[in-house]
Every structure is written in C-alpha cells, then in structure tokens.
Design a protein around this ligand. Sequence first.
Ligand code: AMP
Length: 387
Amino acid sequence: MHLLTLNCGSSSIKFAIFDSDVREVLRGQIDGIGTAPRISAKRSAETVIDRHLEDANVSDHGAALSAILDLLRTEFPDISIASVGHRIVHGGTQFSQPVVLDKETMVKLRALIPLAPLHQPNNLAGVDAAAEAFPDAVQVGCFDTAFHRDQPWINDAFALPYRYYEEGVRRYGFHGLSYEYVSGRLREISPAHASGRVVACHLGNGASMCAIDNGRSIGSTMGFTALDGLPMGTRCGQLDPGVVLYLMQEKGMSAHAIEDMLYHDSGLKGLSGLSNDLRTLEAAATPEADRAIDYFTGRIRIELGALAAMLGGLDAVIFCGGIGENAWRIRKSVCEGFEWMGVEFDARRNRSGDAVISTDQSSVGLFVIQTDEEIIIARHALELIRQ
Ligand code: AMP
C-alpha cells in the first residue's frame, strides 16, 4: 500500500509516492501549468518520463492533476494508493498540526482562501481531485503555517486594534514544511549548529526567511499572506500599507487590480520589466535585470540582520529553494560583508556546489540544503494515520 503526496504550487504540482516505511518509490512534477506544461518523473533516480504535455490541454491545476493520476494508473499499475498527503498553504489559527481532511475541515480551509488566493484554491482542488480518484484513501493536510504557530506574540501580531489579532489577522509565516525539513536535516549534518540560532532562507519563486531557535520558529519574514517580507518572482514583499491607500485613493485602482499587481506583476518581474525567473535575469545582465537582483539580495541582507537580532545572535544560515540551492551568485552577494557578524564565506566552496560554504574558521556555519517538502508530508501523514 502506498502514500501519494501532492504539493500544488502556483504553476506546478509536485508529487511523490512513498511506501509504508516512508521509502520513496516515485517522484515527479508537472510545471509550466497554463503556459508550457511538462511532466517528469523519476523512479530510483532513473527518469521514467520527461515530456511536454501539448496534446493533453493542461491549462489548469485540475487538468494537471488528471494528467498525474492518468500517469499513475497507466504506467504504474503496481502502485496502490491507500492515503494522500497534501501541502496546504494556510491553516489559519486553527490548524497547527496535520489533520485528516474531512468535509467539515474542508469548509474551514475554504474560508481561508482570501488569505492565500494564489495557493489555497489549488491546494484544495488537489484534495477534491484526489478524493474523486481514490475515494477510499485517507487524505491528510499538512500546513505551511504550522511550523510558525508557536512564535512569540510580538512576532505574531500587527500593531492594529487588538480585536483584529483576536479575529486572526496575524503574521502566520509560510514555507513551514520546507523549514521543518531543512532544520531537521541540519540536525543530522551538524547537531551543534541546529541547536543554536539559525536563519533559514527559502529562496525560490516564493521566498521567505525564518528565525529558528533550537529547531523552533520564532519569527518569519512572511506575514498575514504570502506577500510580505522578501520580494519574490512576481510578489512585492514588504510594502508600506500607505502605498496601497495611495493607489486606491489617488490612482483609482480597485482592490482587485492592486491584488493582481502585488501578486502577479511585482517582485523581480516588476522591477526588471523582464522576467520573474532568476536564471533569465542573470543571463540578461541588463541594468534593469541587475537592479531587480540587487534589490532582492539587498532585502535578504536586511532581513538576515533583523532575524539575527531577533535570535540574539547567529550560529548558522541555511539556503534552500530553487535560488538558494542553485544560484551561487545570489548566495555570494548575500553572505559577503557580514564578517562583523562572524560570517566567513568561502567563495570556492560556494561555486563548487558544496553543502558547507563557510570557511572552517567561520563562527557562523553557512549551509546549502536541498529542501524536501514531500518527505515531511509523507512522514506526518503516515504518523497521523497510524495514531
Ligand atoms: P523554486 O520556486 O524553488 O522552484 O525556484 C525557482 C527559482 O529558482 C527561479 O527563479 C529559477 O530561475 C531559480 N533557479 C533554479 N535553478 C537555478 C540556477 N541554476 N541558477 C539560478 N537560479 C536558478
């Protein structure tokens, strides 16, 4: 009997199959949903499929999920799905642990869609599609917000009238499954660093940073929605709320038009006028592309200082996500010049793809860790089902 994990992002769906001992059987993804969909999957590190899906008309998440489920049925008939684990971006104040996704829970999760309009609908569409395809399977939701729910009050609140805090207008923080994985992995690689003061940087199309004290999140750059903090591929990051008021009152923009701009046309894309994709910007090397990259790394450096202050010092930094794991130039721009904080960066290690990119003498360890949200979902789901 197998467990399927589904991780529905804004333009991709990652999936994986695990056996009952949490051993990986298959892993794959569809990316480019709505633009140039491509499906790929690997079994025991061997590519079993990698092709464009032009004929399949994969224009939305529902169609992409059908393509994944078709693939499983036709190419892997030996796989029998008994349970499905889902990444759910927003758990609100109510869900701080993995939960079985029954009808009542789904109603509560749908009510959180306005707090994560880019992700939550796709996550919940994944649950509906899996329920239809595997009606007897237990479905479990694992929340990106859960890792941050214990953070101290001052890092959880906004300075608005207090009733809004009570109503749930809080800094939830996201990327929690990724942070849980990388901080656990750091404990295996270097237990001394993991039990100290760690700043983890999840840098991908979505990007955030998290202050982790001995494995526990005490603060994050993301807030009420996944818009706050760092600039991202298309999202704006930290913004004076007065800008939103100005756009409404002086420019006559509707809430919907502003939402669209902040989620889809800002960040690296908005600043460069070229692309949300870092590889494209690095290759372009135009002043506009460089300006966007400089802003991105500048904000990471500001947040690194702020999160280190929150932790009362710094013992380790983790880089993960598509940019954090692969973009050596970004890691270099972020780390250099932090000697005053005890950071000694090793440029050669950084370029050669080492997991440790600090010098042996550095009092702050710098680590590159490939994140794995899928295995965290699988572990949580199987644990819950066995209870
Ligand atoms: P993610 O959302 O985690 O998949 O990360 C996507 C981002 O990672 C995009 O901006 C990519 O351009 C970036 N990325 C992936 N691989 C590389 C690479 N080798 N060098 C620079 N950026 C990369």
